[in-house]
Design a protein around this ligand. Structure first.
Ligand SMILES: Nc1nc2c(c(=O)[nH]1)N[C@H]1C(S)=C(S)[C@@H](COP(=O)(O)OP(=O)(O)OC[C@H]3O[C@@H](n4cnc5c(=O)[nH]c(N)nc54)[C@H](O)[C@@H]3O)O[C@H]1N2
Ligand SMILES: Nc1nc2c(c(=O)[nH]1)N[C@H]1C(S)=C(S)[C@@H](COP(=O)(O)OP(=O)(O)OC[C@H]3O[C@@H](n4cnc5c(=O)[nH]c(N)nc54)[C@H](O)[C@@H]3O)O[C@H]1N2
Ligand SMILES: [Mo]
Length: 568
């Protein structure tokens, strides 16, 4: 994020784009509500009538998959109506002329059919965004989970650059990232192309620095992203094939697209090492299981999506007979056993090594974290006066070599698999408030299960349900080209007729049996938000209920969940 989460409250306008904070991040959603209470204008851009849409001044209920067409049209209006910040563009950006040419053809009229939004509505939204004085964009998976994703982010950045909404309090662009520590995983170099601190593995000076620090020879080759593992197992040549897979804190057999393909890959890999705090679907393919402690059983540092480091502290000891170690102790022992002795006494020693090697994190010592509670990087000095950085790009300085922000001129591209005669509906997969990702954590909690349990729901427009003769709660079969699953029908006015929505939390109602492994070429994130599907009525409901019950029991017993004596 260019700006801090706490700054959300002070924006004059919030443009919430493909982000459903009320379900995904209730604490961040509170900030959005508070901004509203302080007088901010809110524009919500989502094909569903999510909670933000209910409190918004405008709801742009665009057609699924039309993001960049809309974003370029907003830019078109801002240019045509002379609402640009000319000074910011001249002083702090490059590439505007080329972008102006591209934006010309994205008139609100030209994109009306693609986006399903009235031209006057687009004009009004563009005027509000460009003239509020302090506009902030928040975006989520409604942007990222498309084959055209990174380019939409660049399109949103164009809007912020052309209106001078960078480098100040309460402006900017905010990917409100997923998990409590997904930003931290990236900050620590759990990426195929970076060491900690976003230092690229292909840069010789960086390589030399880490070789010296660790006393070893390192490779300058970029690694393989998670979502390409099936390809590297099933379709690559012998030399390139992946043969061993060490996976932790991730359940691709539930959370990756096209699960049939994922299972085939996991079966073919010769060695799977699995490190987790619970058994999950991927763990069932494991040759070696390494059980780890949970968040309240160890120390560490998390990074929030706005670059803020926070300490987490051990609260309880793991059960004496649990036979678990912290993730870092497991890694240290494994490394030592493989011939590279790794010895740390505590997480502070690890953290000190990290900050010593990462200039942008250098000043964020445990001591300072203790005093300040939260430090947003960059924090380059150990001096107490350096408290980190709430917003980036101060005074219009950007990270490109010329110090300028770069306009990107990119055409809208349609999603990969469009609705068709056999599969006439769009399937989009999202989140719900009560359950978390692959549901190991929330699915093992009886309280949450009592609120919502297998096989989950498919959100459908009430008219579509009526036409199909489907009632609330009825079990239905959902099919795509790749597979099928069974779930319950949830008629809701929040969604339009053309698209249906499932959450990816359910083991039985697993929507990733259906989703498509079409990846954004830069981020490698799959197109979870768009594939073609069909919903079928099930005549024999008693059979379907029994099927769901038996499947659920089978999965739980495979995961070693004791059915008669459940823990809360
Ligand atoms: N309770 C709970 N909270 C969670 C999680 C969880 O599983 N459960 N998961 C966490 C994780 S990993 C993440 S990444 C975050 C994600 O949090 P969000 O970004 O809020 O994720 P989603 O609900 O998947 O998608 C956001 C919105 O995108 C919309 N959308 C779909 N297609 C389009 C489109 O074409 N254009 C636009 N503009 N919008 C579209 C959807 O209708 C949806 O409302 O949530 C985190 N928080
Ligand atoms: N269809 C569809 N699929 C999706 C998405 C979608 O919107 N639609 N969203 C995608 C997104 S954005 C994400 S982030 C992924 C999330 O998917 P995953 O990352 O696979 O799911 P999580 O539930 O976050 O956690 C994975 C595992 O980490 C374990 N774990 C938790 N804490 C610890 C720990 O301290 N140590 C260790 N070793 N393990 C731990 C959990 O028990 C769990 O088994 O799903 C993706 N899949
Ligand atoms: Mo995520």
């Amino acid at each position: 994020m260019s700006n801090g989460v706490h700054e959300i409250e002070d924006a004059a306008l919030l443009f919430v784009f493909g982000y459903n904070g009320a379900d995904s991040h209730p604490i961040v959603a509170r900030r959005i509500v508070r901004a509203k209470q302080k007088g901010a204008t809110i524009i919500c851009c989502d094909p569903r009538r999510v909670e933000t849409a209910r409190i918004a001044d405008m709801h742009l209920q665009l057609k699924n998959g039309s993001n960049l067409a809309l974003v370029n049209a907003l830019a078109n209006v801002i240019i045509e109506e002379n609402l640009c910040d000319e000074n910011f563009i001249t002083e702090h950006s490059s590439g505007f002329e080329e972008f102006r040419e591209l934006a010309k053809k994205y008139t609100p009229e030209a994109v009306a059919a693609t986006t399903q939004i009235e031209p006057e509505v687009i004009r009004k939204a563009a005027r509000l965004y460009a003239t509020s004085g302090r506009s902030m964009i928040l975006y989520g998976m409604g942007v990222c989970q498309f084959a055209q994703a990174v380019n939409v982010v660049k399109g949103l950045a164009n809007l912020a650059i052309m209106t001078g909404n960078f480098g100040r309090w309460g402006v900017g662009i905010g990917p409100v990232r997923g998990q409590n520590n997904v930003q931290g995983a990236c900050d620590m170099g759990a990426l195929p192309n970076c060491y900690p601190g976003y230092q690229n593995v292909t840069v010789p000076e960086v390589q030399a620095k880490f070789e010296k620090a660790w006393g070893i020879k390192l490779s300058n080759k970029i690694g393989i992203p998670l979502t390409q593992v099936p390809h590297y197992v099933l379709h690559e040549t012998e030399e390139k094939k992946i043969r061993a897979y060490y996976i932790f804190g991730e359940d691709p057999a539930q959370s990756d697209p096209d699960l049939a393909e994922v299972r085939e890959a996991l079966e073919k890999i010769e060695l799977v090492i699995f490190q987790d705090i619970y058994m999950n679907k991927t763990g069932q393919f494991a040759d070696v299981v390494l059980p780890a402690t949970g968040w309240n059983e160890h120390d560490g540092v998390y990074s929030c999506c706005d670059r803020g480091f926070q300490r987490i502290r051990k609260l309880i000891d793991p059960p004496a007979n649990a036979n678990v170690l912290t993730d870092w102790e497991i890694i240290s022992r494994l490394s030592t056993a493989m011939g590279y002795p790794m010895k740390y006494n505590n997480t502070e020693e690890i953290w000190n090594e990290v900050i010593d090697l990462c200039p942008t994190f250098y000043g964020a010592t445990y001591e300072k974290l203790e005093k300040l509670g939260n430090i947003q990087w960059p924090c380059r000095s150990r001096d107490l006066s350096d408290k980190g950085t709430s917003f980036l790009h101060k005074d219009g300085h950007f990270a490109h070599p010329d110090g300028r922000a770069k306009f990107s001129s990119i055409e809208w591209q349609a999603p990969t698999e469009l609705e068709n005669e056999e599969f006439p509906l769009i399937l989009s997969t999202v989140r719900e408030v009560g359950h978390y990702s692959v549901r190991t954590m929330t699915g093992n909690c009886r309280l949450l299960r009592n609120l919502e349990d297998e096989p989950g729901w498919i959100q459908m427009n009430p008219k579509l349900c009526r036409d199909m003769g489907l009632k609330h709660g009825e079990l239905v079969k959902v099919l795509s080209k790749r597979g099928y699953c069974i779930t319950r029908c949830l008629p809701t006015d929040r969604v339009k007729r053309q698209a249906v929505y499932m959450t990816y939390q359910w083991w039985v109602g697993a929507c990733n049996e259906l989703t498509i492994a079409s990846l954004d070429p830069i981020s490698n994130t799959p197109e979870y938000k768009y594939c073609a599907c069909r919903v079928e009525k099930i005549e024999d409901q008693a059979w379907a209920e029994l099927f769901v019950k038996e499947e659920y029991e089978k999965i739980r017993s495979n995961m070693g969940i004791i059915l008669h004596k459940e823990a809360v």
